[in-house]
Design a protein around this ligand. Structure first.
Ligand SMILES: NC(=O)c1ccc[n+]([C@@H]2O[C@H](COP(=O)([O-])OP(=O)(O)OC[C@H]3O[C@@H](n4cnc5c(N)ncnc54)[C@H](O)[C@@H]3O)[C@@H](O)[C@H]2O)c1
Length: 332
């Protein structure tokens, strides 16, 4: 690319677009938030003032803006295909939130369109950039656990918190339009994490789910979803996604059990440990802040770097589609 700065429009300014991507692109060297777009003008007010950027209610008008080189699609999943496809057809690179689209067929169509356009379509697989997972991958690569034999990944979100973000009336509960329910939506990052961390494919997964009304939580349905997984490298494990627990009891925890009796533990996003015995523990801690903690900012930086240096990204829509395929049976 001959320019030395990527002009960006962030489309969809809710939880992830407004709080993670817009502030990230505003701070990344080599990018400039030229505009923001949301069908709800109030969602844009604060960002327009803060970043002194343009506002477009209709994202199609933003895509006509010659100062814009790239579009960030952070609307609800049902609109991803239409917006990302339109952006590619108008010569804009696309960073698209996950799940990539509302169906595998549409994701495959979008991947083909990106291929034919020669433009970048990067899915937001931000766990690949989360600092303690990056360290965990380095540790596994060095063979510090011998052969990884088993793993567990658990993510519990306090029910009241998720009920505020995604109440029953929201797109996240419309399986037809979104491809699945919140457990499906929230599974795609950790499924990609397994493939990336262990550098192998998922051979099989068997999902079981339980959904219930929760006492004291209105306009919501609690879920607990568990997947029993076998990887092609022989490791076995479980994935668990829950939204039933009370305030302050959220968890995100990855454990890996090695053939040399050592265990790796990555809790939340700020620590990773290797435990040999209860008294022999090595620990690395990370003190990132804001959109860096879960790797959103680093994903955005990578997107800008790929555009400016004309590099093909090391992952792409194919990885997003695999995650969607593995997750899709949760819906049943
Ligand atoms: N990478 C992550 O960590 C992460 C975390 C949460 C959500 N997500 C994904 O991000 C996407 C958005 O999720 P969210 O929780 O931020 O949603 P949200 O409901 O909080 O926000 C979506 C925003 O998009 C706007 N919008 C809707 N249709 C639009 C259109 N046609 N044009 C412009 N704006 C439009 C809405 O007004 C709203 O402000 C989903 O695909 C979700 O799966 C990713």
């Amino acid at each position: 690319m001959s320019k030395d700065e990527v002009g960006v429009v962030v489309i969809g300014l809710g939880f992830v677009g407004g709080r993670a991507h817009a502030p990230s692109f505003a701070r990344i060297e080599g990018s400039n938030v030229v505009a923001v777009s949301d069908i709800v003008p109030e969602a844009a007010d604060r960002l327009v003032k803060k970043y002194e950027c343009k506002y477009y209610r209709d994202y199609k008008e933003a895509l006509d803006d010659p100062d814009i080189d790239a579009a960030v699609v952070s609307t609800p999943t049902p609109y991803h295909y239409e917006i990302a496809s339109e952006a590619l057809s108008r010569g804009k690179h696309v960073l698209c939130e996950m799940p990539l689209t509302s169906s595998i067929e549409l994701s495959e169509r979008l991947a083909k369109e990106a291929d034919e356009s020669g433009l970048i379509l990067l899915p937001v697989l931000n766990f690949r950039f989360t600092p303690n997972y990056v360290k965990a991958k380095e540790i596994l690569r060095e063979g510090a656990l011998g052969t990884p034999m088993a793993f567990t990944f658990r993510e519990h979100i306090p029910a009241k918190e998720l009920a505020m973000q995604w109440p029953l009336s929201s797109w996240a509960w419309d399986a037809k339009k979104s491809g699945g329910l919140p457990d499906y939506t929230l599974s795609v990052w950790s499924i990609d994490l397994l493939r990336w961390l262990f550098e192998t494919e998922i051979e099989s997964v068997r999902w079981q789910s339980s959904y219930n009304e929760l006492q004291g939580v209105d306009n919501f349905k609690g879920y607990q979803t568990v997947g029993v997984v076998k990887l092609e490298n022989g490791a076995v494990g479980t994935l668990q996604y829950g939204a039933t627990v009370g305030e302050g009891l959220g968890t995100s925890r990855l454990e890996v059990y090695g053939s040399n009796t050592k265990t790796l533990e990555a809790i939340w996003n700020n620590s990773v440990k290797i435990m040999e015995t209860s008294e022999s523990i090595d620990e690395w801690t990370f003190a990132e802040k804001g959109p860096r903690v879960w790797g959103h900012r680093q994903t955005d930086e990578y997107f800008v770097e790929c555009i400016l240096d004309e590099i093909a990204p090391s992952f792409g829509p194919k990885d997003a589609i695999i995650a969607q395929r593995v997750s899709r049976n949760i819906v049943k």
